[in-house]
Unconditional design. Structure first.
Length: 256
């Protein structure tokens, strides 16, 4: 990831397009982030990859669309991905293995994760901004908030402003990027994550596990060594899943 400026634009259609697309991704900065694009036939698509400071903006329009995060290199810095659905209704598989349908105007803030996929059998247009984690954490978002990320943001003014910024970056050339890009992006992310998330209905299994977490915390609240990792180890779940369950109850570890 480097300085501002358009790095690549590619438009493809017809037989062999998918294979050409894959080779182009391998040779382009987008290939550092995404793998697995489309089937062998019946494919058309366009992508543009622009470096914006230390970040990367990737605008993908495809029919069908299949974005899967690439396995990161051993020495690659952790990345935060901000994905906006501009058109279509793609299926989004989160890092927790859950799948839900996204609609145009929605944004997802998450870590770069090979378990994540965004797919649509019809046309879809998705713009992704990838930012090195250290630029946003802890200045704009703390580690606990980041661990709880991964679901589409609720429909509120900060989320809509963040969507407009990301979608606009997908349309602009590198020379048109806003000044203070990280400050603008980070400020909107901070606003979004500061909004209390409304609890949602839990499945029976998730509700049972969330209740188990709350019971564990009540029994161990006096332990000064208690932290999310200890809880996750004791309950045989991942730290990310523990944060996920807590967020679905409308509470955080600090509030429990």
């Amino acid at each position: 990831m480097g300085s501002s400026g358009a790095r690549a634009t590619l438009e493809l259609d017809g037989p062999g397009a998918a294979e050409t697309w894959r080779r182009a991704f391998d040779d382009d900065p987008a290939g550092q982030l995404f793998a697995g694009i489309g089937p062998e036939t019946g494919f058309s698509g366009r992508y543009a990859a622009d470096c914006v400071g230390e970040g990367l903006v990737i605008d993908v329009r495809a029919h069908p669309l299949h974005l899967r995060d690439q396995q990161p290199a051993a020495n690659a810095p952790p990345l935060i991905m901000l994905q906006a659905v501009v058109e279509g209704r793609p299926a989004y598989q989160s890092g927790f293995g859950e799948t839900q349908i996204l609609r145009a105007g929605q944004v997802v803030i998450r870590r770069h994760d090979p378990a994540v996929q965004v797919r649509s059998e019809r046309f879809a247009h998705v713009t992704t901004v990838a930012i090195p984690q250290h630029l946003l954490v802890p200045r704009y978002i703390d580690v606990e908030q980041l661990s709880a990320c991964g679901d589409p943001l609720e429909d509120a003014l900060p989320s809509r402003l963040l969507y407009e910024l990301i979608a606009g970056l997908g349309k602009a050339s590198g020379a048109q990027q806003p000044a203070g890009f990280i400050d603008v992006l980070g400020g909107l992310v901070a606003l979004v994550m500061a909004r209390p998330q409304a609890p949602v209905a839990l499945s029976d299994l998730a509700a049972s596990r969330a209740a188990g977490i709350l019971d564990y915390l009540q029994r161990n609240f006096s332990n000064p060594q208690l932290d999310p990792q200890t809880l996750a180890d004791d309950l045989s779940i991942s730290v990310r899943y523990a944060h996920k369950l807590m967020r679905l109850t409308g509470r955080s570890f600090r509030e429990a």
